[in-house]
Design a protein around this ligand. Structure first.
Ligand SMILES: C[S@@+](CC[C@H](N)C(=O)[O-])C[C@H]1O[C@@H](n2cnc3c(N)ncnc32)[C@H](O)[C@@H]1O
Length: 218
């Protein structure tokens, strides 16, 4: 299925986008995504489901000394976002075409991520599809493993069912994470929580949003 994002031009993401074929066999020891950046010692943030890459373009521009990895599994959105990041010459951002939950669980080392951003994740409203939601007990355990102590998982949604799901999972995993209020980042516009494409679309429809930050406990 095409979303018509290319408008007839070829995307070019050379040097800014990685695909599954760039990843080693996870059994061979995985990969350290910090090595994909010019300065691997910088703070590291990860966005799951970057869509068109709007959050990364806005937020990473204000944090040139932090490395950002956006993970997007829809090929067309991955290519669009990676090409957009190349056009903005954002050397502190890379896009990865992968299932973020698998990448975090099977490829990533422990304790290297300062912040995981998860904004307007697909709600999968039917009960039989809940297992496809990004937040699960297992993914929270994986995220806890890759976050540094004190690192944050930042969540925003418009969907009441997904919000209840987040609240239940936060409660059930309170030995791993402390729940705190969500503070909008400086890249958010006036009245925005984050300023992603979906937030702007849903705000025009008058939908309310819910948010929380989960802080990794030791
Ligand atoms: C509803 S969109 C929101 C996009 C963006 N965060 C925003 O707020 O505008 C959710 C995005 O997450 C991506 N996605 C869903 N599950 C994913 C996963 N496990 N790994 C990577 N990307 C995922 C989808 O392909 C989609 O582009």
């Amino acid at each position: 299925m095409s979303f018509g994002l290319s408008r007839g031009r070829d995307f070019d993401y050379e040097g800014f986008g990685l695909t599954q074929s760039d990843l080693p066999d996870p059994e061979s020891g995985g990969v350290d995504p910090r090595s994909w950046f010019t300065d691997p010692a910088r703070p590291f943030e990860l966005e799951i489901g970057s869509g068109k890459g709007t959050f990364l373009v806005q937020h990473a521009a204000l944090h040139p000394d932090t490395n950002f990895l956006g993970i997007e599994w829809a090929g067309e959105f991955f290519r669009y976002a990676a090409d957009r990041i190349r056009r903005h010459r954002m050397t502190n951002v890379r896009m990865l075409h992968a299932d973020a939950t698998e990448f975090i669980r099977f490829w990533c080392p422990a304790a290297f991520v300062d912040v995981i951003h998860l904004y307007f994740s697909d709600p999968w409203p039917k009960a039989r599809h809940h297992k496809r939601r990004v937040v699960q007990d297992e993914t929270l355990r994986s995220m806890h493993r890759v976050l540094v102590p004190g690192g944050e998982l930042r969540l925003v949604t418009d969907h009441p069912g997904l919000w209840s799901w987040y609240e239940e999972h936060a409660e059930r995993n309170r030995r791993l994470f402390e729940r705190r209020a969500f503070e909008p980042p400086p890249s958010a516009g006036d009245g925005e929580l984050v300023g992603t494409n979906f937030e702007r679309k849903f705000a025009r429809e008058g939908r309310p949003f819910q948010s929380m930050t989960l802080v990794r406990l030791d």
